[in-house]
Design a protein around this ligand. Structure first.
Ligand code: NAP
Length: 324
């Protein structure tokens, strides 16, 4: 089987390439090559912002294509210039218009499609994904649209899935600072489980729209699983901090520097941490236990000797402990 993978050097892209290669699939990665390519793939160097970039594909016809971009213009050009019997587009749960209801299914209302070719403002990420999905629906012969929730596991350089396991493994004092949001919803899908299932979709030519998230759980459960994954002694406690105090100290939710990740404190996003992935599970998606993902991302960070990308630095956590 020939698989054309648009991308292949990012977090999910690498996992997809690995999962496909493990199954003996010939993987052709189409990307510029700004990061090292996974070993064993064929590389077709192309800058997809260039209208003629995919001309080198010529008459080549592949069994399947998987596209990871968020730029509608890149999706449209790929569909125009590529002959694939099955197309998988990697979208996001961010396409949904409302997050004030829990467990949304694939037929829930989505945002307005982005007008234009390029995603230039990340505030419009969900709109861009809707426009990309529309292009695939309109032009692909047979297609699957996958809407992942938050992706984590080994290789997660965003630092979101690794922060709490790392922090519980490397406490900076008698307690670990966490947001006081025990009931907040959260889901985290292991990149290896997601990649394995997406490759199955391509192999079996599965069609339709699928949410693909980790099991919906609570922030309290995520913290407990992180603590167990890190093997933290009971003498280290957890210190929940009022979100208003965190805001006063310029600690941001969800992601990035000086954050306490994986929790959202914004009106209208009350149920961002829960979507229904029943259809994907019925179509073969399997999910390992959350604690295993957290233990494996911690092992990966320990091997690299650092945590980065999201959370509080050691110094920030120590300083906040005294000022809160
Ligand atoms: N992370 C999450 O929690 C999450 C959740 C939901 C959905 N998603 C979706 O999952 C996907 C993540 O994939 P990923 O981790 O592999 O993505 P990524 O890190 O965004 O990788 C982007 C890929 O596209 C290639 N690329 C970028 N610009 C290009 C250009 N101008 N021409 C050709 N290739 C270009 C890059 O390679 P070169 O730089 O070498 O060109 C790279 O291989 C995205 O679709 C994202 O929206 C992510």
């Amino acid at each position: 089987m020939d698989l054309l993978l648009f991308g292949g050097t990012g977090f999910l892209g690498r996992a997809l390439a690995r999962a496909a290669l493990d199954r003996g699939i010939h993987v052709v990665c189409v990307c510029r090559g700004t990061s090292p390519l996974p070993a064993g793939v064929e590389h077709l160097a192309a800058d997809r912002q260039d209208d003629r970039a995919l001309a080198m594909l010529g008459e080549r016809r592949v069994d399947a294509a998987i596209d990871l971009t968020s730029h509608p213009g890149q999706v449209r050009r790929a569909l125009r210039d590529t002959a694939a019997a099955h197309w998988t587009y990697i979208s996001s749960v961010n396409v949904y218009r409302d997050f004030d209801v829990p467990d949304q299914r694939e037929d829930a209302p989505v945002r307005e499609p982005l007008a234009g070719e390029d995603l230039t403002d990340m505030e419009l990420y969900g709109d861009a994904k809707v426009a990309c999905e529309d292009a695939v629906r309109e032009h692909a012969e047979a297609w699957a649209v996958i809407r992942p929730g938050l992706i984590g596991g080994p290789g997660d350089r965003s630092g979101r899935s690794g922060y709490y396991p790392w922090r519980f493994a490397h406490p900076t004092g008698p307690d670990v600072l966490v947001p006081d949001a025990p009931g907040a919803g959260v889901h985290l899908i292991d990149v290896r489980d997601l990649a394995a299932w997406i490759v199955t979709c391509a192999q079996r030519r599965i069609t339709g729209v699928f949410n693909a998230s980790g099991a919906s759980t609570t922030f309290e459960h995520l913290l407990a699983a992180s603590r167990r994954a890190a093997g933290t002694p009971a003498t280290v406690t957890t210190r929940p901090v009022d979100p208003a105090l965190l805001a006063r100290e310029h600690v941001v939710p969800w992601a990035g520097p000086r954050s306490l990740p994986l929790w959202i404190d914004a009106p209208g996003y009350e149920h961002f941490g829960s979507v229904d992935s029943g259809a994907a599970r019925a179509a073969g998606l399997t999910r390992r236990p959350l604690e295993q993902t957290l233990a494996d991302v911690l092992a990966w960070e320990e091997e690299r000797g650092r945590h980065e990308g999201a959370g509080l630095t050691d110094e920030e956590e120590r300083q906040l402990r005294t000022s809160l």
